[in-house]
Design a protein around this ligand. Sequence first.
Ligand SMILES: [Zn+2]
Ligand SMILES: [Zn+2]
Length: 345
Amino acid sequence: MLGLLAGLYICRPLPFFLATGVTLAVAVLACDGWIFAHHDWITGGLALTAQFAFLVFLGGYAASPLPTATALSAALPSASSPAGMAVYALPTGLTHRTAAFAYRGGSPWERRDFVLAAVLVRHPKGDVLIDTGLGKLIMSQLRQAPLLFRLGTDLVRSRPAADQLDAAGYESKHLRYILLTHAHWDHVSGVPDFPGVPVLVTAAEHQFISEGGWATAAARGVNAALFQEYAFDGGAYLGFAQSRDLYGDGSIVIVPAPGHTPGSVVVFVTLPDGARYAFVGDLVWQLEGLHEREPRPWFEAKTIGEDPVAFRQSLLRVSAIATRYPQITIVPAHDPRGYAEIPQW
Ligand SMILES: [Zn+2]
Ligand SMILES: [Zn+2]
């Protein structure tokens, strides 16, 4: 099972996991044989039940698409995006995964490199960094993760977003906010590299951070005074009941999309030339999750602690947007294909 999990997680099975897995599998089959040879039906029944449960666990990786979303009738919201706005991607590293890890029905043989990135939105009223990717402190932050997670996570670091901005002579006074799609470690890691920059979070995500858990430990390492809660005081937006128009010009609009975490959001960005993006965070890890309406595998969703009901609603809402308005580029935080049309910083 360990070998299998390692295979599903990183598609580069560690020899230790593989050797353990193969040894255990052979031992289990040998024990089964011995039990049945000795007509020990009670132990045999228990052993078969355990192995059946394992097969059910594997079934959590099988395709299980949600029904088609109700068609979206909302008009494309208008925006008066000011000249000078631009969007840049700042990839800070990647992690080796598989399609099976990313969404139900994905192949365990298909390698997927998950990008870990920040996105800089330039705006005359102040630039906004959507998530931060891996920061300078990532190695010490990762020490707070459980050993099994660290063994099954194969990070390849490139340059932290702050270093990339510095190297290009970016003046930090232009950065007004860090806006989190959610507070997991791989989105928050770089926050300490931008000292003094306010971090925008929803009340629900702020509460989630304070509840503990290793996945938000990096967020608890951030100076608590920097977190600024915001409310969804705007009206309906593309099928979402509430929204927050950050600068009041329709160019950066945030909507609540809970499920992956309680306070996850989607950030819509509209540029002056009409280009539109939806930064959906970890709503899906790969675009197939959205287009095939496939949730994360049962084991991943459970270990993350997702709310399946809220997740389903959020996924179907974004799925309806993707169907009705294919001109909006959907950018899942970890899918390199989402960034294809975004210039790199
Ligand atoms: Zn996440
Ligand atoms: Zn993530």
